[in-house]
Design a protein around this ligand. Sequence first.
Ligand code: FES
Length: 180
Amino acid sequence: VSEPLSRDRRRLRILAGLAAIGVGAPIAWKLAERPQPPSGTPTPVDFGKLRYGRLLTIEWERRTVWVLRRTPEQIEALAQREDQLLDATSAHSLQPEACRNRHRSLRPEVFVAIGLCTHQGCPPALQRGDEPFAEFLCPCHTSKFDLAGRVFANGPAPANLVIPEYHFGAGDVVVIGRLA
Ligand code: FES
């Protein structure tokens, strides 16, 4: 039976995962410092033509960023497997404060995240599975994330997928990056 990780060990694992995807400073951070969600050049993404249940992938600040348009059923399903998640409330994960909610987004329908695993930075893929329980599967060491990027407890990834700063523009536009 594995022992629960101490707070500092868990934090070190999370920081190592963040460093692997190029978020913030390297592991030499003091444990007391709290990392900030990635910001950077504001980049508009038009998701007007994105069908429900589909994923749009862009490059932003040399990272892969996803925009997923969730169906009402997928949003509802987020409440149903929380007992299997490592950090269902995103208390130990990195996202803008306004996204610390069940759907981990500013609007339930639109999910924005850095598309890199918090274990060692590999790119997970969207697996459709039994709708509405699609999920993101990392092929490297089989970590799984739900459609809010929350990690399932039975894989090695120590934290939920990282969510960058973003806001909505006019119409169906989401702007990745911090407001100037
Ligand atoms: S890099 Fe994703 S599980 Fe290891």
